[in-house]
Design a protein around this ligand. Structure first.
Ligand SMILES: Cc1cc2nc3c(=O)[nH]c(=O)nc-3n(C[C@H](O)[C@H](O)[C@H](O)COP(=O)(O)O)c2cc1C
Length: 209
């Protein structure tokens, strides 16, 4: 079945319409160009120092999904989605950093490379924080882009990270960030569980001190 292309969906519409969808049409296949478009958009997400640590494993094979399913509490979206994206973060993305700034003037490039090294070298917590921060941002971009391309999604951390990483041969220098199921919605999600009001979420600076 063809997807309605909603590429003109506004950012605000995409934010308001995105929901975590659990059931998908298992017969629907996303084309290679649709998947690549989604990934190109996700890759535009901001990253600290532009080090772009997020990696995307594209899982479409039924046998691979069947192997992941029991590692993810048999959540239906693993099997039913068109694509299961497994996002990882490269802990060593800070290395060879000049390649992230090829067009910067030499002096500026040297300064940025030194700052990147100082921020992450020998600092495993900072490396991991960066992988998770940037991965979370990429995940949000991917889900909103999916919505704009006529698809729905479900972010997932309900799975055995170590086992899924092993199954997919995630290298030692990468940490699994989350999975995102993407596909054509087959059932509406539950009514929104409830969104906290900004009164509870926000402290204006005059009351935050
Ligand atoms: C980091 C993260 C992990 C999540 N893991 C799962 C999951 O494993 N399975 C699932 O069905 N939903 C998962 N969710 C979706 C949340 O349950 C959902 O975002 C929340 O209930 C709000 O609903 P909405 O996304 O439809 O607005 C996850 C969401 C986030 C941000």
């Amino acid at each position: 079945m063809s997807q309605k292309n909603t590429e003109n969906l506004s950012v605000i519409d995409a934010i308001e319409q995105r929901r975590s969808v659990k059931h998908y049409d298992p017969t629907h296949k996303m084309s290679r160009s649709e998947i690549e478009r989604l990934l190109q958009l996700a890759a535009l997400s901001p990253t600290a120092f532009n080090i772009q640590p997020t990696r995307y494993i594209v899982v479409q094979d039924e046998a691979t999904k069947a192997a992941i399913s029991p590692l993810a509490h048999n959540q239906p979206q693993v099997i039913e989605s068109s694509v299961l994206f497994v996002l990882t973060g490269a802990l060593d993305a800070y290395k060879n950093a000049a390649r992230y700034w090829p067009d910067a003037p030499a002096e500026a490039q040297a300064g940025i490379v030194a700052a990147i090294k100082g921020s992450y070298e020998g600092k495993p917590q900072a490396q991991r924080d960066e992988a998770l921060l940037s991965g979370g941002m990429a995940a949000t971009t991917l889900m909103l882009a999916a919505k704009a391309l006529g698809y729905d999604s479900c972010p997932m951390k309900g799975f055995d990270f170590a086992a899924v990483g092993k199954l997919l041969n995630v290298p030692e220098n990468e940490v699994v960030v989350m999975m995102i199921a993407v596909g054509k919605k087959a059932a509406e999600p539950h009514r929104r569980a409830g969104t906290l009001g900004i009164d509870e979420l926000v402290r204006w600076e005059d009351t935050a001190r």
